[in-house]
Design a protein around this ligand. Structure first.
Ligand code: GBH
Length: 469
């Protein structure tokens, strides 16, 4: 197919890897087939008022049945890697206990077909779909869920470890803990203070226990994916700079300090500290959480700007974990995507450089998600001319190259997403795919960005092979 002309991104090194990413609940559908147990996202999306228009993942892209077609698309795209997630409740319908053979077999087939297509599997073990049975017993508020996660990780590693190139324990634990248990906009959809902080800690413990199991099973490369934020202060007023510090702790340092520096973040506010130094911490947890990683996954979409604001609640115990006395502003005079997010590629360079500067022993970084939601109108020629998405991807890859030039070891990049899919609380209105999905017919149509991405990858290989020969 003739696509828009694609050039290599200057500055990306030889051997740099390109991929595409998805997540189980966002694409699979087949929510009650072959023994899959319900997850918190089934419950949440089936609760009236929780998602836009009551959308749910019952069918989604029907990837569960159409995966051969999607793998053929990946082969055509020419990517090195495909990042997908395993639905915990397909393997273990109750989260723990009896194994569901048909669930195990599905990912077996998927992995084998990927390898046959020349695409390396990168597996995310947890992309937000906690088995409902575990939520009913306290979910991430309890340590038992972290222990159940370790057993699930061991099962997956034992079964697939010989063929999986990269393992990602958790996707964006910030969202699981705080969007799920404090903002209430994601499953399980509660607004708690202590519960959200307990969840944050148990997610980190789950990661540490899973790393131990994956290592014991001989897994190749092990990492975690964080949605680190590049945060700007609205002004240089002391109160806004203090707000910036609080936001840095909540969004980034809750995760990066224990994972990369072997310490808990320094809390500068009494109330926050009182909540954060919770009884859920046990001796030895820091060593467990801070075990060395083979890579760090970073998801990046847009920067945020914060200013000081009054706390909403007087009583510290009643405050949600996200009530840190901060409001978000949007001073970015740039284009915004349909998510309402400003397009600021240089913020990705800033983020990577700051991370590198703060953590001398930073493991190699992978951009595990980056992409944009666009209107994607069909042209008269029957094609989707998503020039804005092409510009977004090209500019962010250039931002990665700038970070590499500044000394950050970035090894690869996954476009979010292979397919248009279920965008959580935003339902199906937000389209992030390189491939368009018609949700009536489930027809897949590669967008111009798909052809551009393929051409760029080909050009990159041609250029770097020519220079390294
Ligand atoms: C990532 O989250 C996810 O890993 C991925 O699954 C997702 O599809 C992708 O980004 C694009 O959003 O629903 O209006 O309440 C990025 C961080 C945090 C962004 C939660 C959306 C919810 C907004 N996400 N946020 S809303």
């Amino acid at each position: 197919t003739p696509g828009p002309s694609a050039r290599a991104v200057p500055g990306l090194p030889a051997g740099f890897r390109f991929g595409a990413a998805t997540a189980a609940y966002q694409i699979e559908g087949a929510h009650d087939e072959d023994g899959r147990g319900p997850s918190i996202w089934d419950t949440f999306s089936h609760t009236p008022g929780r998602t836009l228009g009551g959308a749910n993942g019952d069918t989604a892209c029907d990837h569960y049945h159409r995966h051969p077609e999607d793998i053929a698309l990946l082969r055509e795209l020419g990517v090195d890697d495909y990042r997908f997630s395993i639905a915990w409740s397909r393997l273990l319908p109750d989260g723990t206990g009896p194994v569901n053979q048909k669930g195990l077999d599905f990912y077996d087939r998927l992995i084998d077909q990927l390898l046959a297509a020349g695409v390396a599997p990168a597996v995310t073990l947890y992309h937000w779909d906690l088995p409902q049975a575990l939520e009913d017993r306290g979910g991430w508020r309890t340590r038992e869920t972290a222990e159940a996660f370790a057993r699930y990780a061991a099962l997956a590693a034992e079964r697939y470890g010989d063929r999986v190139e990269r393992w990602i324990t958790l996707n964006e634990p910030y969202c699981s803990a705080f969007v799920g248990h404090a903002e209430g906009r994601h499953a399980p959809g509660t607004e708690e203070g202590r519960g959200a902080l307990a969840a944050a800690h148990h997610l980190l413990v789950a990661h540490g226990l899973a790393v131990r199991e994956l290592r014991a099973a001989g897994a190749r490369e092990i990492g975690i994916t964080l949605n680190l934020d590049r945060i700007h202060a609205a002004s240089t007023r002391p109160e806004d700079l203090a707000a910036l510090r609080r936001a840095e702790v909540l969004h980034n340092e809750v995760w990066t300090e224990p994972l990369l520096a072997g310490r808990y973040p320094a809390y500068e506010e009494e109330t926050w500290a009182g909540l954060a130094a919770g009884p859920w911490r046990r001796p030895g947890d820091l060593e467990l959480i801070g075990a060395p990683l083979d890579f760090l996954g970073v998801n990046f979409y847009r920067p945020i700007t914060v200013a000081a604001a009054p706390h909403r609640a007087e009583d510290p115990e009643a405050r949600t974990a996200v009530d840190i006395g901060v409001i978000e502003l949007d001073p970015y005079g740039t284009r915004h995507t349909t998510m309402g997010w400003p397009v600021v590629p240089e913020a990705l360079t800033e983020l990577l450089r700051a991370l590198h500067a703060r953590h001398p022993g930073l493991p190699p970084v992978w951009i595990t998600e980056n992409g944009s939601a666009e209107a994607d109108t069909l042209g008269a020629d029957g094609r989707i001319h998503d020039d804005e998405r092409i510009a977004y991807l090209a500019d962010h890859l250039a931002a990665v190259a700038a970070a590499v030039a500044a000394g950050v070891d970035v090894r690869g990049y996954f476009a979010w997403s292979l397919l248009d899919n279920f965008e959580w609380a935003r339902g199906y209105d937000q389209r992030f795919g390189l491939v368009h999905i018609d949700y009536d017919t489930l027809t897949r149509t590669p967008k111009d960005s798909f052809h551009w991405y393929r051409g760029m990858i080909t050009a990159h290989r041609a250029r770097t092979e020519a220079t390294t020969r």
